[in-house]
Design a protein around this ligand. Structure first.
Ligand SMILES: *Cc1c(COP(=O)(O)O)cnc(C)c1O
Length: 392
């Protein structure tokens, strides 16, 4: 067992060894520019990019021409939301999102607001779900974009995307979803979810960092985006810049593996996540699991430890790699906006840790981690004489 035990798979994942092997030739042998049309180096790079594109499209039920490569989900979100906002500016100026979105979405939409757009930020239920009726009620004649994430990165709650998508489609409103935590972990189908734009990233699904994709619907309805990067006109003019061929190949390989192993991964991570939660619940009074009880990612658990400061708890367990709810979404740590939105008070927010198991997590690691957490929480709680009856 390697220490620290890695339980932060919602922040990023280890690159699968098979993905690394697929990438390697594209650094030193097949290193051509995919836009070089005059020689074999260029052709083989382009062929590899198109094969990867097809695999990624297939994972989400899209066609290859609907996939635009970017540097990651943050860039996809910026291109998708700003690109469609600029394109539809004549049609309306209202945007709907939810308070629990990732900073990449919230900050992008703040930016639109500074440029004159009106924004509705919907609240969520205590389980973290956006009510589709709230989306419907928020729509005005001016609404041009709805952006609601598929699965939350802190608490793992999965949104009723198909219902929200159906509402948007019926009103002719562009629907973007940040599916970074969902793609590769749960089945995704852009058609039956009525999604027009979808952002996701390779490094959350055992692929390399710095490569992502934006799905852009090409028919019924076809979307037109205004590019946010000027240059050589790569990616059908939507995202200029020389393609990162090794990373794209890795992304394609990760997508192909996810396609075949998603069910097995979900069973494996679900079992380990449940094992961890059960061990903690059995040994420790005063803990609660946040998010939706069933509509949740298989690999994630957000747990509030009553009467404990999560930062201090982590300091006492340097042999575990974990995060508080807030750590991954921003470089500047502040109390989690997601945990606040689902009704946790200040103390509960401060007592919350996020656990993310993954494809490579073992039962031995989970048993070790649970033991360390129980031991450390008990030690920290002693002075307060914490009891099960106390309200947390
Ligand atoms: C990680 C993450 C992002 C950002 O992805 P990058 O590829 O790091 O830019 C956006 N949204 C969600 C939900 C995420 O989990």
């Amino acid at each position: 067992m390697r220490l620290p035990v890695y339980l932060d798979n919602n922040a990023t994942t280890r690159v699968d060894e098979r993905v690394v092997q697929a990438m390697l030739p594209y650094f030193t042998e097949k290193y051509g520019n995919a836009a070089s049309r005059q020689h074999e180096y260029g052709w083989s790079a382009e062929g590899a990019v198109e094969a990867a594109r097809a695999r990624i499209a297939s994972l989400i039920g899209a066609s290859p021409t609907e996939i635009v490569f970017t540097s990651g989900a943050t860039e996809s979100i910026n291109l998708g939301i700003k690109g469609i906002a600029e394109s539809l500016e004549g049609k309306g100026n209202h945007v709907i999102t939810a308070v629990t979105e990732h900073k990449a979405v919230l900050d992008t939409i703040d930016n639109l607001e500074r440029h004159g757009f009106r924004v509705t930020r919907l609240p969520v239920e205590d389980d973290g779900r956006v009510d589709p009726r709230d989306v419907e009620e928020a729509i005005t004649g001016q609404t041009i974009i709805v952006s609601i994430m598929t699965a939350n990165n802190e608490i793992g709650t999965i949104a009723p995307i198909a219902e929200i998508g159906r509402i948007c489609r019926a009103r002719g409103i562009a629907f973007h979803t940040d599916a970074t935590q969902a793609v590769g972990k749960i089945p995704i189908a852009v058609q039956s979810m009525f999604v027009d734009l979808m952002s996701f990233s390779a490094h959350k699904m055992y692929g390399p960092k710095g490569i992502g994709a934006l799905y852009v619907r090409s028919s019924r309805p076809a979307l037109r985006l205004v590019p946010q990067m000027d240059g050589g006109g790569h990616e059908r003019g939507l995202r200029s810049g020389t393609l990162n061929v090794p990373a794209i190949v890795g992304f394609g390989s990760a997508a192909e593996i996810a396609m075949r192993e998603m069910t097995a991964d979900a069973e494996h991570t679900g079992r380990l996540r449940d094992q961890l939660v059960t061990m903690l619940m059995t040994e420790l009074p005063g803990i609660t699991v946040n998010g939706h009880p069933s509509q949740r990612l298989p690999n994630n658990a957000s747990i509030t430890f009553g009467g404990v400061d999560a930062d201090r708890l982590m300091m006492g367990m340097k042999d575990l790699a974990l995060s508080t709810g807030s750590a991954c979404s921003s470089a500047t740590p502040s109390p989690s906006h997601v945990l606040q939105a689902i009704g946790l008070n200040h103390e509960e927010v401060r007592g919350t840790l996020r656990f993310g198991v993954g494809r490579f997590t073992t039962g031995e690691e989970v048993t070790y981690a649970a033991g360390r957490i129980v031991e450390t929480v008990m030690k920290m709680r002693v002075p307060q004489n914490y009891s099960k009856t106390e309200k947390v």
